[in-house]
Design a protein around this ligand. Sequence first.
Ligand code: LLP
Length: 420
Amino acid sequence: MAVESGTWEGVDLASLASREGTPLYVYSAPAIRSRVGALRQALAGLQAGIRYAVKANGNGAILRLLAEEGAGADIVSGGELRRALRAGIAAANIVFSGVGKTEEEIVFALEVGIGRFNVESRAELDTLQRIAAARGKVAVAAVRINPDVDAQTHAKISTGRAENKFGVSIEEARSWFSSKAAWPQVRLDGLHMHIGSQLLSLAPVREALARMAAFWRELSAAGHAIASIDVGGGLGVRYRDGEQAPDAAEYAQAIREALQGFDGKVLVEPGRWLVAEAGLLLSRVVLVKPGQSRRFLVLDAAMNDLLRPSLYEAWHDIVRVGGAVGREEQAYDVVGPVCETGDTFAKARLLPRCEAGDLVAILGAGAYGASMASTYNSRPLVAEVLLERGRHAVVRKRQTFDAMIAEECPVTEWIPACAT
Ligand code: LLP
């Protein structure tokens, strides 16, 4: 693979690291474009719209790139809505998911005219009605169904079981449609689901789609027009050799089969599939520490930069960048400098022998990497660059120490408790 030999998209990674510093998120523009193209091609024949899940990677340059490719957005907060609009994504191509939308966020989304609210509770439906009525607007909405299927993924990113906080049961959704008149300012004409993330098997997707499709048919027969069916995101990617991930064509075929005869809009909300493999985290080896029982490779990147291994025990392939030829392999526990044992990227990972100063790349870091980063241990957020045919552009500057603490302030005044 090119990264091991030291280049990616025609860019020499060692020079890039010297110029921009490490840790550094590196994204490939062509890789993202080709994923969008592949998905679009797979969905051909359907009236499909891609609503990229901004949470996977909300960097403005990536959002602009996706907007140029015609993608809309799936957002879950006012902040993500602002990001999407700022990147030039039309409000009409934005859907708003999430179990705890605040009134402020709903007002904002309604004012800018977003395409659709994916409603997750009766209380939210009531709020939407009240806010839309007060403004003389009609909110377009879909009900998020919780189909109660096991997505066969990590428990922390599984969302489609009855015990999860997301969506409502089909019985509950049925009652919303039969009393639609109670929410006159809400146009409830869509169905939505999202059963989980990093789905490697399509079987649960097929099962959930079948339940949603049966419900759509039942609603249509009862005279409820359904204009849009949003099948959510979740399509998994190959994080390690030998892992089998479904391809876009198979996924699209599952959608096509389930929704046969549906002539409305079909929305998909992929996040990870579009950007995960288009990103890596470039990091420098600080030192090699022969521990009492294990050999540690201590990087300058840490769990605050890429949380997935600590949070989900997620596997990310790690490669030594350049100059590996002729080096014997050694097993390393690859760790960061943060003061927690959980700050571990990999255990007993075989890598060509490494020394202080070497570069390693943590692959598959384009999704839920930078977007989940924090400044834990007072480590400023790292820089991000985008690669394009032998060139790179900085798309997020490295945070300075001053910027990291800019919103903190010393006590200058004690404000007395307000009388109510
Ligand atoms: N739509 C909804 C309503 C979602 O909640 C999500 C992800 C997506 C779409 C996009 O899912 P994707 O296609 O990326 O699988 N931080 C975790 C992933 C959390 C996903 C949350 N929801 C991770 O690093 O694995």
